[in-house]
Design a protein around this ligand. Sequence first.
Ligand code: ADP
Length: 325
Amino acid sequence: IKRIGVFTSGGDAPGMNACIRAVVRTALYEKLSVTGIYQGYQGMLDGNFTEMTSRSVSNIIQLGGTILKTARCLEFKTKEGRAKAYENVKAAGIDALVAIGGDGTFTGADFFSKEYDIPVICIPGTIDNDLYGSDFTLGYDTATNTVIEAIDKIRDTAASHERLFFIEVMGRDSGCIALNAGIAGGAEAILLPEKETAIDELIAHLSAADGRGKKSSSIVIVAEGDQNGGAYNVAKKVKEKFDYYDTKVSILGHLQRGGSPSSFDRVLASRLGFAAVKELLKGNNRMTVGVRGNEVVTTPLEEAINNKEYKLSSDMLELVQVLAI
Ligand code: ADP
């Protein structure tokens, strides 16, 4: 291979820039050329490319977001769309790809590399930590840290007013952020997409805590995909039967996607960017790179897409209850 095309796609995540930097510099070190593709698959369709030099990635390791931008692109889901993308990619002399993104991005890369003779290596980038093939995805650690900062701040006001706060965090299908940030933030209870929590059970739990004199610090973390329909619905249902507390809801929203990446995410991004280029140089195709037990590992792309691993450890689910006494 002579020229790698690198892009970020789908939901943005802190650490994507550190990853772009690692891909670009590893490739240049290996005497390859690099094309930056703007806006993911949309940029392939539009031919929105830029030549990357070592200096194009200076001073970005600490930046959130992605300098290459990201987008959702419906046209790439069609065969015709991908054909158009291929024409542009080929015309630009790109003969290998590194894709940074989530599940959808992986699926697009799988189709594309099966239809055309362009090897692709995928890097898991999403704050949700919901991809098979890596213990951690880019952005997850930073997002969790952002959430606990917010929980700590809300706790100050919750304690002062003796209020019960329902804090909604991101995670439509994955409770990773909710569970980890909830434990780190000392939450009273954590509601997850993967696990049904009966409102009566939650109320019994809250009133028992109240009986133990815990009223001044009650924080309940609700993942956006919780089975009761999110924080507003949970708060409403609790209030209908348990009108003891002054109840408030706080939806953290998109602030969870931004910010300077943590040291963990920067190192992970650097390792995976480096590894992706090395895999291409070995002649590999349709793989993801990730970390398992602090070792960089590869997984066949198809397996990463199809395998829905359950990442919530049972000890963590249990300890939430135990540590809330
Ligand atoms: P994420 O990568 O974060 O999961 P999306 O699900 O939006 O985000 O996927 C990113 C992009 O990947 C989509 O906008 C689309 O261009 C492409 N993509 C997703 N699913 C497919 C598919 N089934 N076939 C082809 N391309 C797809």
